[in-house]
Design a protein around this ligand. Structure first.
Ligand code: ADP
Ligand code: MG
Length: 292
């Protein structure tokens, strides 16, 4: 039979703002030693905005932004939302068809018959599209400041770069500090580039960073840690976090996240506040102490 204390614990969790799927989730929470966290939408607020548009030689920023918005119109990524919102302030966006998402890299579409792409360095490399020197410089500067950079290409050339950025969520640094005080190791997992990842990691004080992780690789980071004998909690919000959330001993979803992430998790945080995850771990330790 389920101990009364565990049931009381799940009720206490709900009061704190954490939905606990079942009493077993609290037992899992008690024994973890590593907490893996997604960056965008978990450690950061997940509300991106366009910081800068840099056109290549011979292009103008309005055209780069409008074409990027046409490409991104079919995507629900926070990057896409930021670009579409900024372009809407400026005017018309050209029609696009043949839209395709390239997971972990970006998007592709046809703009009035011209093949076009918006995405990261890996995507440009895959498409054999060389990035002009000044755009690489602009991108490096922006990512050193924590921005995510999106290259925009059409008709066989990279035509510009757009820097979008997000803010670290209010309690992320304090939550990481408390996880460390509880003796837990912290790991960040992100599809974003090394520099942007490093910038956020140093702001929140995270122990270990895995950047440029493709969606299917997020899962293997979790299984590798488990094979090494670690007991892993994963905190995430995205569709691309769902497999990793399900594979962790303890999956924790941001309530602001996608349905896929919530369905794959044992705990859901009702506010965008990582301190709630720490509270849940504290609660599991306290609850289990009353039982034994
Ligand atoms: P994360 O949730 O950590 O950002 P994703 O797998 O969603 O991970 O994305 C990884 C990277 O792929 C992003 O940082 C970005 O460089 C690129 N990317 C993904 N989707 C898009 C998009 N719609 N437009 C441009 N770039 C994208
Ligand atoms: Mg995310």
């Amino acid at each position: 039979a389920t101990p009364t204390a565990l049931l009381a614990g799940t009720g206490r969790g709900a009061q704190l703002g954490v939905v606990i799927r079942g009493p077993e989730a609290l037992e899992q929470a008690r024994t973890i030693d590593t907490v893996v966290m997604d960056k965008t939408g978990t450690l950061t607020r997940g509300e991106m905005s366009v910081q800068r548009v840099v056109p290549a030689d011979g292009e103008d920023d309005a055209t780069v932004l409008a074409n990027a918005a046409a490409l991104e119109a079919g995507s629900e990524h926070p990057i896409a939302e930021a670009i579409v919102a900024r372009a809407a302030e400026q005017g018309a966006v050209p029609p696009a068809d043949g839209f395709r998402i390239i997971p972990g890299r970006g998007v592709q579409a046809d703009l009035e018959g011209r093949t076009a792409f918006a995405g990261n360095t890996a995507l440009m490399e895959e498409q054999a599209l060389p990035i002009p020197g000044p755009l690489t410089e602009a991108a490096d500067t922006a990512s050193a400041q924590g921005a995510t950079v999106v290259f925009v290409a059409w008709s066989g050339a990279v035509r510009g770069v757009i820097a979008v950025s997000d803010e670290v969520a209010d309690n992320s640094a304090r939550a990481v500090e408390r996880l460390h005080a509880l003796g837990l190791r912290t790991v960040m997992l992100t599809g974003d580039n090394e520099r942007a990842a490093g910038h956020v990691a140093s702001q929140v004080g995270i122990d270990e960073v895995h950047a440029q992780v493709l969606p299917e690789q997020k899962l293997s980071v979790i299984t590798d840690l488990r094979e090494k004998g670690h007991r892993v909690a994963m905190i995430g919000d995205g569709v691309n976090d769902a497999a990793a959330l399900a594979a962790a001993e303890l999956g924790i979803a941001m309530g602001t996240g996608t349905d896929a992430a919530i369905a794959a998790s044992d705990l859901t945080l009702m506010r965008h506040d990582l301190m709630l995850a720490v509270d849940a771990i504290d609660l599991s330790r306290a609850t289990l102490r009353t039982i034994h």
